[in-house]
Every structure is written in C-alpha cells, then in structure tokens.
Design a protein around this ligand. Structure first.
Ligand SMILES: C[S@@+](CC[C@H](N)C(=O)[O-])C[C@H]1O[C@@H](n2cnc3c(N)ncnc32)[C@H](O)[C@@H]1O
Length: 217
C-alpha cells in the first residue's frame, strides 16, 4: 500500500483526459457555441462527464436531479448514462442559460429525457418528492451547497448517489489562508457532508474535485 497519493500535476491530468472517453461532436459544438454566446466557461470537464455517466450507468440510475444546468453539457452527458426511460430534471436560475440548454438538448440524442426547470433552485427543488431521485448532482452557486445538500438527502432514495462539483475550490479548500467566498462555502459544505451520518463519501480529484457520496440503505 502506498502511503501517499500520487500528486496529479498538469501533465498527468492531460494523460487522464486523453485516456478517458472522448468528448463527441455534439458536446464539443455545444461548448463552442456556449462560449460564442457569452455563457461562462464553467461546465464540467469531458473526463468528469465520462465519470458521472459511468457512475450513473453502474448504479442503474433512472432519475437524476441536477442543480445548475448552464448550457446543458452535464445534463446531456448524464442522460447518456441512463436507460431509455431515464430522466434528468435540471434546475437553472438564469433564463438565458436555460434557453440555450433547451435548444441544445432538443437537437441532442437525449431529447425527451431532460427537463429544464427555470428559477432559483431553492424555490424549485421543494416541489420534487422525497426519495424520488437515484442521484443528485450539485453544480450551482457554492454558497447554496449546504441548502442543496439538505434537499439532496431528502430527494435521494436509500442507496442513492450524491455528486457535487468544485469541492477542491480551485485548490483553495485546504489552504487556511484562502478566504474566498468559494473556499469558505466549500469548507462549510464539506463539514455538512461529514456531519451527515447517513452519507458515505469520497472526493475524487477529477477536474476541480468531484464529491461522490452514497446515502445509506
Ligand atoms: C457551474 S454552472 C453549471 C455547469 C453545468 N452543470 C455543466 O457542467 O454543464 C452553474 C450554473 O448554476 C446556475 N445557478 C446559480 N445559482 C443558482 C440557483 N440558485 N438556482 C439554480 N441555478 C443556479 C448558474 O446560473 C449557472 O448556469
């Protein structure tokens, strides 16, 4: 057993990306169009998309709830990990992002499987039924993560999966001198995760860090 993890530098990250399922033409075109239309370039990385898709497939997930749609990149990637009757219900605050996502979902191979709900997720999540989700993916405003965690624990069925992006906060999460809004919010979120006794989790250092958790049966 090695005592320390292998540090993943830029070159190793490039290698991981190269040896992972490659981004297809649709997702590449979506990403390029989003940049042209001025959407922020804060979608998940292709290797994270592959990771989410494979986790959902391995878990036989059918219903996924996403918080933070942006242009629909991760929603389409996750929908590809679900069966034909699977469903992604994704929540987006910004109507411009939601409209872009709806347009690209419609032209994707996953049309009919993804529903975009527009509005503040704090207001739109409560209408979803307890235990209705096989997986929840958090990728919206970081100060909201603690609230989204509470919703996720209510929405997930026993054995359901929690995924959350950016839990390394650009590397600031473990730096005590870092006091950015994101670093503070992610530390509060990770403390809340650790305090949630019915959730087992690990941080997977892909992209900016992906929390992977399983709710107890
Ligand atoms: C990091 S991006 C999501 C990226 C997307 N998951 C992907 O990888 O393609 C975060 C998104 O969350 C949205 N957002 C921020 N606050 C929100 C809130 N309170 N409710 C719903 N969406 C929110 C932002 O408008 C933005 O589009």
């Amino acid at each position: 057993m090695s005592k320390a993890s292998t540090p993943v530098d830029h070159a190793l990250f490039e290698f991981i990306a190269r040896t992972t399922i490659q981004e297809d033409d649709l997702l590449r075109s979506l990403r390029e169009a989003a940049a042209r239309e001025g959407l922020p370039e804060i979608h998940i990385a292709p290797e994270q998309a592959a990771f989410l898709q494979l986790i959902l497939r391995a878990a036989n997930a059918r219903t996924v709830i996403e918080v933070g749609t942006l242009g629909g990149y991760s929603a389409i990637a996750m929908a590809r990990g679900l069966p034909a009757n699977g469903r992604v219900i994704t929540h987006e605050l910004d109507p411009k992002h939601a409209a872009f996502a709806e347009q690209w979902i419609e032209r994707s191979d996953q049309r009919g499987k993804i529903e975009v709900r527009v509005g503040n997720a704090v207001q739109t999540l409560p209408s979803l039924a307890d235990g209705s989700a096989d997986a929840v993916f958090l990728d919206a405003d970081k100060p909201g993560y603690v609230t989204y965690l509470q919703h996720a624990m209510r929405l997930l069925r026993p054995g359901g999966i929690l995924l959350a992006d950016n839990v390394l906060a650009d590397g600031e999460v473990s730096d005590p001198k870092a006091t950015s809004t994101t670093a503070l919010a992610i530390r509060r979120f990770l403390a809340a995760v650790q305090a949630t006794v019915s959730l087992r989790s690990v941080i997977v250092p892909l992209g900016d860090g992906c929390l992977f958790g399983v709710k107890d049966e």
